[in-house]
Design a protein around this ligand. Sequence first.
Ligand SMILES: Cc1ncc(COP(=O)(O)O)c(C=O)c1O
Length: 415
Amino acid sequence: MDKSIGQFDFDEIVPRRGTGSVKWDSLPPGSLSSLGTPGNVIPLWVADMDFRAAPAILQAVQQRAAHGVFGYTEVGEAYYYAIIGWFQRRHRWNIQREEIIYTTGVVPAVSAALQALTMHGEKVLIFSPAYNCFFSSIRNSGCEVLESPLRSMGAAPFEVDWADFEAKCADEKTTVFLLCNPHNPTGRVWTADELRRMNDICLRHGVKVVSDEIHCELIMPGHRFQPFAAVSEECRQNSVVLNSPSKSFNIAGLQIANIICAVPEWRRRIDRAVNINEVCDVNPFGPVALMAAYNDSEQWIDSLNAYLWGNYQALQAFFAQHMPQCVVTPLEGTYLVWVNISALLSAAAPAAPATPECSEPTEAFCQRLLTEARVRVNPGTMYGSVTGRGYIRLNIAIQRSLLMEALHRIHAFVS
Ligand SMILES: Cc1ncc(COP(=O)(O)O)c(C=O)c1O
């Protein structure tokens, strides 16, 4: 049952090499000479999935393709009702039609929200480690990144350092807190109490919350996703939520996302930023895929989560048996597993770094893993130059047979 869950076969290998896939077809800069081609590399890095999208999505996109005319596109009323219906049913969040602004992606949405809500030179607070594009988006918006490190307690879930968080909110230059809910890369699914507490602190110091909720459908057993804006009216009135079915339904290449904001003045400014940045025009496939995801793919997402949980359990058991010196962070949500490999670094990367420019031990480890074991993972330092040291991020949204093969290669490499 846990192999191919229900009617969906997540074990089926869908060859992606040669399709222009970033995950399968590209190599990190500098590795071309040593690696030659990406052939035979198992990619556990960039965050997309190796499964076909849900049948309803495939059908909707094929139907739209069969129409044959792909002119400029706007979304219709049915698009908004698909979003409103899904979040009401699935997450008990009542979104009003006028609160929704559509755009081409969540990263463009982060940038638009920051440009609309901050002034040049202000500070944007993030938990660290953080999704790497947060750093660039904040800087590109003319702001400074302020990190509040999450605390790790061995094998326990990461926690907010509340005193540090409040002190950083109190910095007079901090105007926005950019949250990732659930959290990439630590896999935390924030509880309603934690979110309420974050907002209380933000409100005390006049800090607005921008909540990136792109991972919200990827939730492991025992956890529940809580939309930030649905925690309380105070949260709703102090936040902008960014969302998309792209991550969870594996349609990132179709480029569709939504910004949800209950404050009319903020919305007006965000709408303007979306237009100025020219990310207001979507392609014809994005809206139909979104509607098929939210209207007709609930069973698929439940089955996907069950499969991902099986992958996580297999990975956890493998590390416990073969590499017990590594600490696997508990996975509450997302398909990204944050593993502390500090204990391996002195043992596994003793020789000269793989490339002259790769002198940081975590990065050198990942580089050698790629060239020698042909497994590609993300070094933790991508997500925090200090907080990510000694960590790797593993994308487990891959067929279990390939995941196990990758784990065996990692094990062989470190032994
Ligand atoms: C937290 C987070 N936000 C945004 C994105 C990317 O969003 P998009 O492709 O819609 O720009 C990712 C992708 O990994 C992510 O993890």
